[in-house]
Ligand binder design. Structure first.
Ligand SMILES: [Zn+2]
Length: 79
């Protein structure tokens, strides 16, 4: 385990795209969108904008629907 004492007391928070709850980054799963595909960024090495979702069946089940919305709004922005 790396010693990260300089960061002690500060845990980065991210928002789940499905339920909008803010949670510790470590408890969320990061994924990126490649074209219309969901790719989970398990090694945190994808240089793309990431999204986060709770590691929780409830949110994972709704993820696909949510992603479709995100993709749609992304294309609308592109004009
Ligand atoms: Zn969630």
């Amino acid at each position: 385990m790396p010693n990260r004492s300089s960061n002690a007391g500060h845990i980065p928070q991210r928002t789940c795209v499905v339920c909008r709850r803010k949670t510790d980054k470590k408890k969320l799963m990061k994924f990126v969108l490649l074209e219309s595909e969901i790719v989970f960024d398990l090694n945190h090495d994808v240089e793309k904008r990431g999204y986060y979702v709770c590691d929780d069946n409830n949110c994972l089940q709704k993820l696909e629907k949510k992603v479709k919305k995100i993709l749609r709004s992304r294309f609308d922005d592109g004009r």
